[in-house]
Every structure is written in structure tokens, then in C-alpha cells.
Design a protein around this ligand. Structure first.
Ligand code: C5P
Length: 232
């Protein structure tokens, strides 16, 4: 699978409304081809923007991490496919993943599974009722996702090489927690530079604030794409 460097950067539009998102998209111009829309913007009319972006030729990652009974997940997946989305996240529970894969058949939508949220450590897992380790649960869920036919996984930069070793080259790996050298870390705890994450096996990098809070977002995006191009 060959992905052009400029298509490997996914800019997270974690902004309060469509007007702010449209202003950012205008600033980024043709430097950015792929956008992620999550809870904040999706629940502020962002899904209308997602449809518009897809119709204009951009790719859209709808990051709503679905998890419900199979019939409801399937309905959600069908609606996101009709918006023209490229990626949609679901939580990596077998019923949910099976319903999502089935519902995306015949569309251009790809399903990404979230194995274990990266904010969860061993204590959080125990509190949620899981006895095993984070690494074991990530492994179990990654293998289940693969056998169910999930298209890709979201993982932290430090997990990416282990996950790549588990699932092989057929699944897409998408990695947030990216900080170019010298960028503000914000609330991210386990970060990696774009080149290190790509070298570790990531296919796509999700970057939010280092681009959207930059004084010159377009230049910030161009620097990241250039770094990716120098690594692959
Ligand atoms: O601004 P920043 O680059 O930290 O944004 C990263 C994006 O990736 C946010 O939209 C965040 O929700 C998302 N994300 C993350 N860590 C995860 C999963 C998703 O930062 N484990």
C-alpha cells in the first residue's frame, strides 16, 4: 500500500463550531487533504461539514468511537458511509466490530478499532473490571479486529511497532499523540515526532493543536508533511 506523504497527515478539527473549522480549513488550503472530526465538532453541526468536505474531495475521519448493540452500530455505520466518510472509529468489542464491518460492505468507508483507550493504565483497567494487563488486552483485541476484517487500528505511537508486529501489514495503523520537535506537548503524555512514528510503522498521523494552534497552521502542516516525506 503506497500512501502519499501529504495524505498521511490527518488534522484533528477539535474546534467549537463549523465557522472556526471552516476558517481553519481555508487557511490550510491544499496543504491538508485529510481531516478528523470528533465529538466536539460533530455535536456542533460538524457532520454537515463532514459531508461538505467529502463532497469537495477531502477525506474525513469521523472519530465517534461507536459501541452499541449490533443493529444500532450498523445503522450508524451506514449513515456515516452516506456522508462520504473515509474512516470511522468503533470500540474493539467483537459484536460491535462485526456489525460495523458488515455494514460498511460495498461503501468506501473503512472501520478503525480502538483497542484500549490510551488514557487507561493498569489501575483503570482493574477498576473497569478487567484482570489482565493493558498489553494483553491490546493484543487480544488487535487479533480479534484482524480476524473480523476490521480495516485498521488507532494506537499510541509507543504501541505502534508492537501492534504492527501483531497484525502484520494488511491493517492500517493510525497514530495520535504526535508532536514535532519543539512543539508544545499540551495534555499528551506519550508523544513521538512524526518521523519516529512513521518509522515505527504508522500509516497515518493524527495531529491537532501543533497545527491548529500554530501562528501559521499551513506552514506547520507543510513541515510535518516534509518530515513524513523524508522518512518513508
Ligand atoms: O491536539 P492533539 O494533536 O493532541 O490532538 C490529537 C487528537 O487525537 C485529538 O483529537 C484526540 O482526541 C485524538 N486522540 C488522542 N489520543 C488517543 C486517541 C485519540 O489524542 N489515544
Amino acid at each position: 500500500m503506497t500512501i502519499a506523504p501529504e495524505d498521511r497527515l490527518i488534522v484533528a478539527l477539535d474546534l467549537p463550531g463549523v465557522a472556526q473549522a471552516e476558517a481553519m480549513i481555508a487557511k490550510l488550503g491544499d496543504s491538508v487533504t485529510f481531516y478528523k472530526i470528533g465529538y466536539q465538532l460533530a455535536f456542533a453541526h460538524g457532520l454537515t461539514l463532514a459531508e461538505k468536505l467529502a463532497a469537495s474531495g477531502k477525506k474525513v475521519f469521523i472519530d465517534l468511537k461507536l459501541h452499541d448493540i449490533g443493529n444500532t452500530v450498523a445503522g450508524g455505520v451506514s449513515s456515516v458511509a452516506k456522508l462520504g466518510g473515509t474512516f470511522l472509529t468503533v470500540h474493539a468489542y467483537p459484536q460491535t466490530m462485526k456489525a460495523a464491518v458488515e455494514a460498511r460492505r460495498g461503501t468506501n468507508l473503512k472501520i478503525l478499532a480502538v483497542t484500549v483507550l490510551t488514557s487507561y493504565d493498569q489501575n483503570d483497567l482493574g477498576e473497569a473490571g478487567y484482570a489482565g494487563s493493558v498489553a494483553d488486552l491490546v493484543k487480544t483485541r488487535a487479533l480479534q479486529a484482524k480476524s473480523i476484517g476490521i480495516d485498521g487500528l488507532v494506537c499510541s505511537p509507543e504501541e505502534v511497532s508492537a501492534v504492527r508486529a501483531i497484525v502484520g501489514n494488511d491493517m492500517v495503523l493510525v497514530t495520535p499523540g504526535i508532536r514535532p520537535a519543539g512543539a508544545a506537548v499540551g495534555d499528551q503524555k506519550r508523544i513521538m515526532t512524526p518521523s519516529k512514528a512513521i518509522a515505527a510503522g504508522a500509516d497515518y498521523l493524527v495531529v491537532g493543536r501543533p497545527v491548529t494552534e500554530s501562528a501559521d497552521p499551513r506552514a506547520a502542516a507543510d513541515v510535518i508533511v516534509a518530515e513524513i516525506a523524508n522518512t518513508i
